[in-house]
Design a protein around this ligand. Structure first.
Ligand code: GTR
Length: 425
């Protein structure tokens, strides 16, 4: 009997261990699903005017995403201190490079967030792209003057990152993902922040920005309070506060761009903060642009299991329970309306479900129509490498999960078109 119990326990534990996730990539295996209605209010009224959208439906959807997906930012204010750390010429004197340190304080805690900014040299206020980076500001371009972050960084021996600290060895290791020169040549500025300065990407809520907002004795966000994606989004809004006071930046033309988990972040930040003029999600996948109900590639269960800190506690209720979720991701894209929004996918990035990303962008078009704007007109996916650029933009490019020059060129063209200008000299 004793042996039987031991064998049963062993079988049980190996089963738990080997509970392997087998992603579905086959369209015909997608369970039947119905998307929540974008344009019917909770009191069952049809939304037919921009006013109804802005005043009623938009708020309902935003509240649902806050409560059930990303989590609310707790009320309360932090003290902010802004410091120009350094400013110098870059790119043979054609541009300015500067570092701005934002210090946030509250509850006896503080965090320091360093923003790296490149601006083309001219006397006008320039439009600007902002995006978080994954491994530190010094990785986006090889320049010895850029400060190394002192925050936790994910180890990556290939980049010379050990003991979770940034090192000199990783200068410029991510320059392939950041078309800095191209962006400047097109007349735009570029700002970037290491996302771990705002909140280290680990399942630990005692670091980063969260503790600055805790009530006494609180050690963890409540179930409906912010996870890391909402914290990173909060950081982008603080960057926007800074752009409003920098005389060389046109704060009405700030384009928010993010890749992957940081693409999920750019979408949530753009939904929460309507000061961002254009919002771009690159390969953002599950919890970003991809429809959750399709359950292709990464699913809600899988993302909540691998990254329990990204979303709010309430989101866990929807593990393998997508149909009960009051929203789906086409509604997140629609929250950008009437501001232009662009979704970029990559053909080999099956984990992120390119078709699910496309469909979200397509369905969001109904809200743009209310404003007399054009979304994507054809519900069939476009050919690879053929961007669609209406008020809603979309492309699927060849290649893997990444940010490429093709992506940047599309985003620059989209910004030119929608900001109604051609800034190139
Ligand atoms: C993956 C994760 C995706 C995506 C990606 C990334 O491991 O499953 O949701 O966010 O990371 O951010 O690179």
């Amino acid at each position: 009997m004793k042996y039987l119990t031991i064998i049963a326990l062993l079988l049980f534990s190996t089963d738990c261990f080997s509970q392997e996730f087998i992603p579905n990539y086959t369209e015909s295996n997608i369970p039947e699903y119905q998307l929540p209605e974008l344009l019917i209010t909770k009191s069952a009224d049809k939304v037919i005017t921009p006013d109804q959208w802005n005043k009623i439906r938009r708020k309902e959807i935003l509240d649902d995403f806050e409560k059930y997906v990303y989590g609310k930012v707790p009320s309360g204010k932090v003290k902010v201190q802004t410091e120009l750390m350094q400013e110098m010429d870059a790119f043979d004197g054609t541009a300015i490079m500067k570092e701005i340190k934002l210090t946030f304080r509250n509850n006896g805690n503080d965090i320091e967030v360093v923003m790296l900014i490149f601006l083309p040299k001219n006397n006008e206020k320039v439009p600007l792209f902002i995006g978080y980076n994954f491994y530190g500001n010094h990785t986006i371009i090889d320049n010895n003057n850029i400060s190394l972050t002192s925050s936790w960084v994910r180890n990556n021996p290939e980049f010379g990152i050990v003991a979770n600290r940034a090192t000199e060895a990783s200068r410029g290791v991510r320059q392939n993902r950041w078309a800095v020169k191209k962006i400047l040549d097109r007349g735009y500025g570029l700002a970037t922040i290491y996302y771990g300065d705002v909140d280290p990407d680990i399942n630990d809520f005692s670091n980063g920005v969260h503790p600055l907002f805790y009530k006494s004795d609180q050690e963890h966000p409540a179930k409906d309070e912010w996870g890391s994606i909402a914290a990173w989004s909060w950081g982008l809004s603080r960057a926007m506060d800074y752009f409003e006071v920098d005389d060389n930046i046109d704060e009405s033309k700030v384009v928010l761009m993010g890749h992957s988990r940081l693409g999920k972040t750019s979408l949530w930040a753009g939904a929460m903060d309507q000061r961002f003029a254009i919002v771009i999600s690159n390969d953002s996948g599950c919890g970003g642009a991809a429809l959750s109900r399709r359950r292709i590639g990464e699913t809600i269960w899988r993302i909540n299991t691998s990254f329990p800190h990204w979303f709010c506690g309430n989101f866990k209720q929807y593990n393998n329970n997508e149909d009960e979720l009051p929203v789906d991701q086409h509604m997140l894209i629609a929250l950008m309306a009437p501001r232009p929004v662009y979704v970029g996918s990559a053909q080999d990035d099956k984990w992120a479900d390119p078709k699910g990303e496309f469909l979200s962008a397509f369905f969001a078009g109904d809200v743009y129509k209310l404003f007399g704007l054009k979304g994507i007109s054809d519900g069939q996916m476009p050919k690879v490498n053929e961007p669609i650029m209406q008020s809603v933009g979309y492309h699927i490019r060849t290649g893997k999960h990444d940010v490429t020059d093709f992506d940047w060129e599309a985003y620059l063209d989209f910004a030119d078109k929608n900001l109604n200008s051609n800034y190139a000299k």
